[in-house]
Design a protein around this ligand. Structure first.
Ligand code: RP5
Length: 166
């Protein structure tokens, strides 16, 4: 049974949403992934959101662009955490998506990551699940150690070769 639902408003969102899926794959977290437009197919959307809890989902990661209502409407219906990913847009640079997703009314939060923040959405979903999963928490600590090691390696290289040869 999938623990995380990844849903996006259009297949044009896929390159960013795939980054969230990639993190979940790395951490061994089961997920289901769907393209469902709240605007273009509202009935399908309501069916998706209304049945999400009984399907076993613990977190939904929802990405959308422009007038990005998908994450907020997921949060209006699904009783567990919703993480929103605002898509970059050509007309308004993703500020339209960001404001649409982050400016939720009191009582209906969406945990909003950065514009195009697909990987962080995956990590945040994992951290939510890790509050009750010690094995997953250990994997997340390893992931953080890997980040630390990669920065330290870059610093060592800088000191070895100098700024001109970096
Ligand atoms: C939103 O409109 C989608 O999430 C997408 O980011 C944006 C553009 O969709 P397409 O016109 O590319 O299908 O619903």
């Amino acid at each position: 049974m999938a623990k995380v639902g990844i849903v996006m408003g259009s297949d044009s969102d896929m390159p960013i949403m795939a980054k969230a899926a990639d993190i979940l794959d790395q951490l061994g977290i089961s997920y289901e992934m769907d393209i469902i437009s709240a605007h273009r197919e509202p009935d399908d959307f309501f069916e998706y959101a209304k049945t999400a809890e009984e399907r076993g989902l613990k977190v939904i990661i929802a990405g959308a662009g422009m007038a990005a209502h998908l994450p907020g409407m997921c949060a209006a219906i699904f009783p567990l955490p919703v993480i929103g990913i605002p898509m970059h847009t050509t007309s308004l640079g993703g500020r339209d998506s960001l404001y649409s997703i982050v400016q939720m009314p009191t009582g209906i939060p969406v945990a909003t990551v950065a514009i195009n923040g697909g990987a962080n959405a995956g990590i945040l979903a994992a951290k939510i699940l890790a509050t009750s999963d010690a094995e997953l928490l250990a994997k997340l600590k390893d992931y953080s150690e890997g980040l630390k090691a990669s920065v330290q390696k870059k610093n060592e290289r800088l000191h070895e070769v100098g700024v001109k040869n970096y």
